[in-house]
Structures are given as C-alpha cells and as structure tokens.
Design a protein around this ligand. Structure first.
Ligand code: ZN
Length: 72
C-alpha cells in the first residue's frame, strides 16, 4: 500500500477516489479474480454503468471499506 491518495480511474479525472468498483471479465479472468477501478463521487455512476452494461461489475464499495476488507 502506498501513501499516495488514490485517484479516480475516469479518463482525465484527478479527483480523489471514494469508491472501488470491483469487476471481472469472464472471457479473460478466472471467476474469483477481481480487477478494480477507483471512482470519485462524480464518476461512480459513469464507470459502474460502463462495467454494468458489459456484465463485468461485481461490487461497488467505499474505498475505506475495501481497504479494511483487503487488509483483513
Ligand atoms: Zn472522477
């Protein structure tokens, strides 16, 4: 874990990330694999829709919650 503030994954956005979008592309990932995108408040909907329409989106959780989960 780095000390740097996590930044939103949306193109061109430099806002601090608040959300973690966990996703999986069944064509290239094993089912338990999770890729993550970070999103600020503004881009959460946009990014989750992008993943959602493709059937990739698995979970949307607050960054703090995600880190607690990963660290557990
Ligand atoms: Zn953003």
């Amino acid at each position: 874990m780095s000390d740097e503030t996590p930044i939103c994954s949306a193109k061109g956005c430099r806002a601090a990330a608040v959300w973690v979008l966990a996703w999986n592309n069944p064509k290239i990932h094993t089912p338990e694999r999770r890729k993550t995108w970070l999103a600020c408040e503004e881009h959460r909907d946009h990014l989750s829709q992008f993943l959602g329409v493709r059937g990739f989106l698995k979970d949307v959780v607050l960054l703090g919650e995600w880190e607690a989960r990963e660290g557990a």
